[in-house]
Design a protein around this ligand. Structure first.
Ligand code: BDP
Length: 685
């Protein structure tokens, strides 16, 4: 009976009649065979492992598989050894990861050979920028899963608990084992009783799936909720307050992970308010967490308004402290020196801090890459980061190797991704944005995976035909072109938004549309695009060479010299490092101005091609997802046109050159675009 019903669903899905709302992500229901699972451990985690095998088995019908917890030197941390008949691990969660790997391999038709799988990073965490009122900073997929305004936060509903369970399962399926539950711009209320009860309720549900909870704290909490006179980290009263708070937390949540801290950044309080340093602040917290095994993830995202080059500041502020942090402090460094831009060079702190644990932070939510409207697969961007060579310990000192323990003996290794999920039915707002959540988990587990492989897996799991998985026809006509689209998508976005090293030329604080002109009076310069593009009649770009801000010096040779010379600087970072005349000769033989025009045109054309590719695969996709993605692509194409027109017409005012005659003419008028933008930002004025 059960089989018949499932069969009916499968027929409907095959015929495209059963619309998929995207809620099951890469864990869609499928028809299974039976499997006999041998397992003596009765823990909740292993119960999940057994259940997952039974409900997802795609191997030989009636086969047997043994789950075995047994130490093996080749297996590290929560790694596992997988074969087609046995999963072995040092830990229970290792077994569960092995189960997910096995099921993924069955479903994607990858070979299952005996092999050990070890994680690249010990801590693989999502950072939720969720506020206690349920809104999400830079969230484009609805409200928070965890918090809400009119909720009794200390008593979660069954529906909430169910959702948290699905969240936990999804994360475990890709190896994510940490969740920071609230915004880095933290509320001090996070540390109050009712809220901690909710953190406990969440932790209880996440625990069997191997996920620890962490919270972001506000550095001034001792004053704000503790009633103390100050929050000076060297004040013994303050340290005592934190100590008692931490004891209370661990009484409630014995396996609590620790704190994430944004201090003295963008107006957030921090130790510098009392003339103390990042080291004073981080170490004080580390000391109180240490007895419980907790850690401090202290962010290096800092910049003051008066500095001449924002890109240099994190390095300048943190390098003098190398070696001074406790071993349970990890410095959390954004991928680039500025701020999650479509393309940045890697942050020079990677590899440079040699005696300090450092972890990369990437942004899964597409704050600067088209929100949940543009189809942008971010894995290629993270792959570029992880494989960037810092040269700090000779050739091959990639960011991956400098942060995963291969080169420096960090006590803890970790990676964080700013989450893109919310209460939207499909979790991420845009179906393809799910691939970014997936890719983050997969790369955090194995930082050597390629974006191609990850896209391949994700497409098979997410769009694979449930009834007849992966027919040759499906592979050739759906998988190949759509994978290609994904792999090109980030470069396309760079092309139509900020090619050749342009950065931060968004309008206002929304970080969505173009605004190279945007510079309202009274606002700090480093929050306005002209600070970053420096366009004038003489040329364009930020001079970070030795003749300019000398940011190149923060990179290890041979990179410093390579970036310093426009002839050797990679062209995709040219205007990041150099201010060049409009007629500067590019490698293509074109002038800089012409090349800029061509790059924007290429981006626009790429999105046009994405639309055609998608329309062509209609018969392979269920109606719902097909239409949703089609609509988003249309929107993306329209907004790419606006990027193209706004940037070309604006920069043309300085270059005073024609847009190459081979290229399509802008469709919008610059004054109108600026006026539309102004009206949108100030409705009614
Ligand atoms: C910026 C975001 C801001 C965040 C900040 C951060 O615009 O909302 O608070 O990063 O990472 O890019 O702290």
């Amino acid at each position: 009976m059960k089989r018949t019903f499932l069969g009916l669903i499968l027929v409907l899905v095959t015929c495209g009649l059963w619309a998929e709302d995207g809620h099951s992500l890469w864990l869609r229901k499928k028809e299974t065979g039976t499997v006999n699972v041998v397992c003596s451990d009765k823990s909740p985690t292993l119960a999940i492992a057994v259940q997952e095998l039974k409900q997802g088995w795609q191997g030989i019908d009636g086969a047997s598989i043994t789950l075995k917890i047994k130490k093996d030197k080749a297996i590290r941390n929560d790694g596992f050894k997988l074969s087609s008949t046995e999963i072995q691990a040092n830990t229970r969660i290792g077994i569960l990861y092995g189960v997910y790997e096995l099921l993924r391999r069955q479903q994607t038709e990858e070979a299952i050979e005996e092999k050990v799988y070890n994680p690249s990073y010990q801590i693989r965490a999502l950072n939720h920028w969720d506020n206690l009122d349920g809104t999400i900073e830079r969230g484009y997929a609805g409200y928070s899963l965890f918090w809400g305004k009119d909720k009794n936060l200390s008593v979660p509903t069954d529906a909430e608990k169910q959702l948290w369970k699905e969240y936990a399962r999804t994360n475990a399926s890709i190896g994510i084992n940490g969740a920071v539950l609230n915004n880095v711009n933290a509320s001090a209320d996070m540390l109050t009783g009712g809220i901690l009860q909710r953190v406990k309720a969440i932790a209880d549900i996440l625990r069997p799936y191997g996920i620890k909870v962490y919270i972001s704290i506000k550095f001034s909490s001792p004053v704000a909720v503790g009633g103390l006179k100050n929050s000076d980290p060297l004040n013994p009263e303050v340290a005592k307050w934190w100590k008692e708070k931490v004891i209370e937390i661990y009484k409630t949540i014995p396996d609590f992970g620790g704190f994430l801290v944004k201090a003295n950044s963008e107006g957030q309080p921090g130790p510098q308010d009392y003339g103390r340093t990042h080291v004073d602040g981080a170490n004080m917290l580390a000391d109180v967490l240490k007895p419980f095994g907790g850690i401090v993830m202290w962010r290096a995202f800092v910049y003051a308004s008066n500095d001449k080059d924002r890109a240099k500041q994190a390095y300048n502020e943190f390098m003098p402290f190398d070696g001074k942090f406790r071993d349970n402090v990890i410095i959390q460094v954004k991928n680039g020196p500025i701020d999650f831009q479509p393309r940045e060079p890697f942050s020079p702190l990677f590899g440079a801090m040699k005696k300090t644990s450092v972890m990369p932070e990437v942004q899964i939510t597409q704050e600067y890459l088209g929100h949940s409207i543009h189809l942008v697969y971010l894995s290629t961007m993270w792959e570029e980061l992880l494989n960037s060579d810092t040269y700090q310990q000779g050739k091959g000192s990639t960011v991956a190797r400098c942060t995963d323990g291969s080169i420096y003996p960090q006590k803890y290794t970790a990676i964080a991704g700013v989450s893109n999920i919310g209460l939207d039915r499909n979790w991420c707002g845009l179906d393809f944005a799910q691939s970014n959540w997936y890719a983050f988990g997969r790369l955090a587990w194995d930082n050597q995976l390629t974006s191609e492989q990850i896209a391949d897996e994700w497409l098979k799991l997410t769009f694979g035909n449930v009834a007849s998985p992966q027919s040759a026809d499906w592979k050739q006509n759906f998988l190949v072109p759509v994978k290609q689209l994904m792999l090109e998508s980030r470069e396309a976005a760079v092309n139509y938004m900020m090619p050749l090293g342009f950065h931060h030329i968004f309008s206002a604080d929304e970080h969505y549309g173009p605004g190279p002109w945007w510079a309202p009076k009274g606002i700090r310069a480093d929050w306005t695009p002209p600070y970053y593009h420096q366009a004038s009649a003489n040329g364009v770009g930020f001079d970070r060479a030795r003749t300019g801000s000398d940011a190149v010096e923060q990179y290890h040779e041979p990179l410093a010299s390579k970036f310093n010379d426009p002839k050797t600087c990679p062209e995709n970072l040219l205007l990041w490092f150099h201010h060049l005349p409009w007629d500067y000769q590019m490698k293509s033989g074109r002038t800089l101005w012409d090349e800029i025009c061509y790059q924007y045109a290429t981006g626009l054309e790429q999105v046009g091609e994405f639309q055609k590719t998608w329309d062509k695969v209609e018969k392979y996709v269920d109606v719902d997802r097909f239409i949703r993605v089609q609509g988003k692509l249309r929107h993306q194409r329209r907004d790419a046109q606006i990027w193209n027109d706004a940037c070309l017409l604006y920069f043309q005012k300085f270059s005073k050159r024609p847009i190459p005659y081979q290229l399509d003419r802008p469709q919008n008028d610059l004054d109108q675009l600026i006026e539309n933008d102004r009206r949108r930002l100030h409705p009614g004025k």
